[in-house]
Design a protein around this ligand. Sequence first.
Ligand code: FAD
Length: 363
Amino acid sequence: MAAKEKYTEPTYLEYGFGELEHKVITPEICCRCGTCEAFCPRITHKENRPSLNEYDPLCGLCFAYCPRTFLDMEALEKKLFGRVRASDEALGIYTMAASAKASPVQGKVQDGGVVTALLVHAMKSGQIDCAVITDRDENWNPVPKVARTPEEVIAAAGTKYTIANSVVGVQQALDQGCHKIAFVGTPCQIEALRKLKLSDEPYEIGQEKIALLIGLFCMENFDYDLLMNGLVKGKFNLDPKQVEKFEIKKGMFRVIDKSGKAHEVPIAETDQYTYVGCGPCFDFASEMGDISVGSVGSPGGWSTVLTRTPVGEKLYSSAVAARAMEEKAISEKGLALAKKLAGDKEKRFNLKSAEIKNFGVKR
Ligand SMILES: Cc1cc2nc3c(=O)[nH]c(=O)nc-3n(C[C@H](O)[C@H](O)[C@H](O)COP(=O)(O)OP(=O)(O)OC[C@H]3O[C@@H](n4cnc5c(N)ncnc54)[C@H](O)[C@@H]3O)c2cc1C
């Protein structure tokens, strides 16, 4: 009788797109960050979701870097910061918090124009050779873009409040031969790229060329069709082409049209437009960024900035020294509010995650 072979538990390296589909796409926890499509030539974007367009060699790459298959924040924190965050560090580990504003403000920025100013300064000072950002078309469809000049960065300023597969822009930047790539994105996108950079057994896809991760604060993102059809067209009777800016201010979701008129609803009434894949997310402040930027915590026209890593600290201090930005102390009240929102998002996650089977994301 032949000896029984020892059964070994499969690792994610043997998993393929089928597993990603089973654990992430079908249960609708995919955040559509674009990571699987970016780095696997066999995965494409079809009908608003990642889709396999060729045979699957089960290489495991898509499964390994997806921020929703497994995400061990403690392990990532240990690798990135050398320690795990304490229970009172709701905004994640950071070395400095401030309010800042671009000087001068360039482009149609969202808040203090800090993200745009940081990227322009990083480009001019040679810290990066391109920036992967999220631009938009005239209907407010978000479009990942590789900006090679300060003018291109400035032209894409401002928040697009709909899900974007922005990480595909990193592959475009690699294809263009960039080797000091900055990426700006939401917490899920930043988590994916940090996973990619810190992996113990990395696939060689050029991760060492990703030089800077600027994370945005994010409570949730919206589904393009739901937001445009339900709110913009449905409730406000506006064509997306007529929209000048979307913003969240003082508990209201506001759509400013090109005549300057504001149309608004309480943010609590926008749950119906939220992207389903945002449900299982606990990360408000892009805790895996080199530097994080948001609006909450600072006065109108200013941004809240958290530096986290030496890369983020160097960028921020050199931008202030070059007078690309002005800064002031963040108020205690502002910081407390940001922490409260981060805590609220985590509580929401804890409630939801229990409902999701096979969920590998943990604090
Ligand atoms: C979906 C979403 C939700 C957010 N929710 C909050 C929140 O709850 N609380 C809070 O304080 N701040 C939130 N922010 C951050 C805030 O809207 C501003 O982006 C931030 O304050 C930076 O402002 P700024 O003037 O420095 O940026 P700008 O100088 O105007 O630059 C903005 C940058 O963001 C990038 N960007 C825009 N839209 C997207 C997108 N959909 N995906 C990836 N990158 C994008 C652009 O490429 C641009 O480079 C959110 C941002 C997004 C994208």
